[in-house]
Design a protein around this ligand. Structure first.
Ligand code: 8YV
Length: 327
């Protein structure tokens, strides 16, 4: 019997590619940039499975044009780029890569919080540009992190990992808002206080966004929400760029309505809203939340393991729509 055909839609680690080649007839796009939608559609013809990353969009139209597709395995925890309902309706299994990136992404979130609160980006730019000439009592004086209130919007796995860092590492008060409240024992362990969204915005000294990107969370931080925040507050986004109205954020940062923002994700990434680039009080990183070698390897292997399982009749480790699997 001929091997099933799969598409690996983006550069992947050699060991992961070998794992897939041992089982399947692999069409490999060895590139750092995503395939344009038209090429993705063409190269998915006749493919039973797709190994993708967080950028390739899997739409209902694409699925309709790819009748052989049975599994879409993304090397990301976020899956807003995939029309999950359309996949489920067509019986296409979708998998993602939760858990393996939780701690690494929380580390980056905390690093961004620290760098932003303590004005490290501004300091580094000033030093490298030869502008460090003198000392003043308020020279690059930022905000404290220890002992302050950490607000977390979206209290899933990564939110809880941030809460542990804040509480146990920095003695912070932990406040959160989430679609559903955590069980009482988990709240107690994290010392986490559940607040309404507006209360969270007004009480947080540092607010980290770590909620999923959905039609409901699109621009859920805009001018009205930013107006509720303290003028001394820091905003950190490690979720998805589209959660924040970037024009409203740039205006709030420019007018001192909040103190600073640390952003790892952007609405039009890799294009960046120019207003954010010129503000001194932003720390900007290029979507590197999960970017450590061990974590990226674990994510890539998990995506490949899901694909192998999905197409060989074994239970996939991390399915998003297990209802499409045979009973
Ligand atoms: C991915 C991410 O590296 O997992 C996610 O949802 O945002 C990142 O960890 C990125 O999406 C590329 O797949």
């Amino acid at each position: 019997m001929d091997a099933l055909k799969v598409l690996v839609a983006r550069r992947a680690p050699a060991a992961v590619l070998d794992k897939l080649k041992a089982r399947f007839d692999v069409d490999y796009h060895d590139g750092e940039a995503p395939l344009p939608p038209e090429s993705l559609r063409e190269r998915l013809q006749g493919k039973a499975g797709a190994y993708i990353t967080g950028t390739e969009r899997i739409t209902a139209e694409l699925l309709a044009a790819c009748a052989d597709l049975r599994a879409v395995c993304t090397m990301s925890v976020g899956y807003n780029h995939i029309d999950l309902d359309a996949c489920t309706a067509r019986g296409v299994l979708v998998t993602n890569t939760p858990d393996v990136l939780t701690e690494t992404t929380a580390d980056l979130g905390f690093a961004l919080l620290m760098a932003t609160a303590r004005r490290m980006g501004e300091g580094e730019r000033l030093l490298r540009e030869g502008r460090w000439k003198s000392w003043a009592w308020d020279f690059l004086a930022g905000a404290d992190v220890h002992g302050t209130t950490l607000g977390i919007l979206g209290m899933g796995r990564i939110g809880q990992a941030l809460a542990r860092r804040g509480r146990f590492g920095f003695g912070m008060r932990i406040a959160y808002h989430n679609r559903s409240r955590l069980p009482a024992d988990v709240e107690a362990e994290l010392g986490a206080h559940y607040l309404g969204k507006d209360e969270l915005l007004s009480q947080a000294d540092h607010l980290v966004l770590v909620l999923p990107y959905t039609p409901e969370s699109h621009h859920c931080i805009g001018a009205a929400e930013l107006a509720l925040m303290k003028p001394t507050a820091t905003l950190v986004n490690i979720a998805r760029g589209g959660i924040v109205d970037e024009d409203a954020l740039a205006a709030a940062l420019r007018d001192g309505r909040i103190a600073a923002a640390g952003l790892d994700v952007f609405e039009g990434e890799p294009r960046i809203n120019p207003a954010l680039l010129t503000l001194p009080n932003t720390v900007l990183t290029p979507h590197i939340g999960s970017a450590t070698m061990p974590t990226r390897l674990a994510m890539a292997h998990l995506a490949a393991d899901n694909l192998v399982a999905a197409l060989t009749g074994a239970p996939p480790p991390t399915p998003l729509n297990p209802q499409v699997l045979p009973a």
